[in-house]
Design a protein around this ligand. Structure first.
Ligand code: PHB
Length: 393
């Protein structure tokens, strides 16, 4: 369908939704199959749990309908098609979700065209929010974690190597780490980009091992890919060769730690969220999660991005008394903040519609017999996306 037609349909949809009762429709696109397709439910469960706990806070008579769709992994054509259908056929008031950057980039122009606010709850490449004024992000950018990681690493290691998945967030993580590390006086011995799907891990790890860096910085998408990195790092003997594995928190994503096993012990990462964080808001979040989904279940950073994104949507619904205007909704998003996110204090930067948050240095340790991302210190406070800050200069 042509984009112009979408706008026309969306106008019709708006008229239709004004007439019908106060049901807010959220078109929720994430990955339930394909690469790291196990991650989708970590997002959906967070949204559903938030709705369940907070439905009572909505204006009387207002209900939320969550319409879920599977984009099948990093698959921009599929994501675009799903967003079109959600806008045109389902008349959604909002779009939300999305793990993968290429999918978010494919959806952003539709959000503009149809004036449907799009809440990004994971995809982390910096540039995404610049692609549409109807995008707001409650997750993170790779620059937010990888730049402070680089600055910190320069104080600990003389040399480093970087290995990233060859797509948007990987390029960002690589550049951000290099900028931070080199500004601090560190020397990068090499950078390598590996295919997003099924890379020949052994060959790449061997290349790194031969270069003998003090540290290897890795970004790969969270999920099974992170576990593959961990296993290959150990199988190829990089830890025994004295190379320290570091990265943004994607590589020690909470839900995969049990699958990684003890090879993950001692891995140092920088990230905005750990399920093991002891702040009261996180303890309450994790307890609610376990009560709802089972004692062995744990939320992860995709869950917290989705939880907070839903909280932000609730704010827009409450402030507009259940009738959403897209431009007012975006204004509310731009000024949204929460002192009480499971990850600590957060806000949306009104200039960029990107999240502002603290970044923590963490180490994988055993806590009560289970591997956990133990937060050691807050290494950067109220971090705005560093890439956007640099663009301005
Ligand atoms: C992304 O595609 O933006 C992405 C995917 C997985 C992550 C982080 C970022 O862990």
């Amino acid at each position: 369908m042509k984009l112009r037609k979408i706008a026309a349909f969306a106008a019709l949809a708006l008229a239709a939704s004004a007439a019908s009762a106060q049901t807010i429709k959220i078109g929720f696109i994430t990955s339930y199959s394909g690469l790291n397709g196990n991650l989708g439910p970590y997002m959906e469960r967070a949204v559903r749990l938030y709705i369940k706990e907070h439905q009572k806070d909505l204006p009387p008579g207002v209900k939320i309908e969550l319409i879920t769709r599977d984009d099948t992994g990093p698959n921009p054509d599929k994501a675009k098609q799903l967003a079109q259908e959600l806008i045109v056929r389902e008349h959604v008031n909002l779009l939300a979700g999305v793990i993968f950057t290429p999918n978010a980039l494919a959806i952003a122009p539709l959000a503009s065209e149809a004036k449907v606010p799009f809440v990004i709850m994971n995809a982390g490449t910096s540039v995404i929010t610049t692609k549409s004024p109807y995008v707001a992000r409650t997750s993170f950018t790779l620059w937010q974690s990888s730049y402070p990681l680089g600055e910190w690493a320069a104080k600990k290691f003389k040399t480093a190597y970087s290995l990233v998945s060859d797509f948007g967030p990987g390029w960002d993580s690589e550049e951000a780490f290099a900028k931070g590390f080199e500004a601090g006086g560190g020397k990068l011995l090499g950078k390598v980009r590996v295919p997003l799907q099924n890379p020949d891990w052994a060959a790449y790890m061997q290349r790194v091992k031969d270069a003998k860096p003090d540290a290897l910085m890795v970004f790969v998408p969270a999920g099974k890919t992170a576990t593959a990195v961990m296993k290959n790092f150990s199988d190829l003997g990089l830890n025994k060769a004295g190379i320290k594995l570091i990265g943004p928190g994607d590589i020690t994503t909470d839900e995969e730690l049990p699958n990684m096993g003890d090879v993950a012990l001692g891995v140092l990462t920088v990230h905005h969220y750990s399920a093991a964080a002891t702040r009261p808001a996180n303890k309450a979040f994790v307890a609610a999660w376990k009560k709802e989904y089972g004692q062995n279940e744990t939320p992860n950073f995709l869950s917290v991005g989705s939880w907070d994104g839903t909280a932000m949507i609730f704010e827009a619904i409450k402030e507009q008394k259940g009738k959403l205007d897209p431009d007012k909704t975006m204004e509310i998003f731009k000024h949204w903040k929460s002192a009480n996110s499971p990850r600590g204090p957060i806000s949306i930067d009104p200039e960029t519609r990107d999240i502002v948050q603290d970044e923590y240095l963490r180490e994988v340790r055993k806590v009560n017999g289970h591997l956990a991302n133990v937060e050691l210190e807050t290494i950067a406070k109220a971090v705005k996306d560093p890439w956007k800050a640099m663009q301005k200069k």
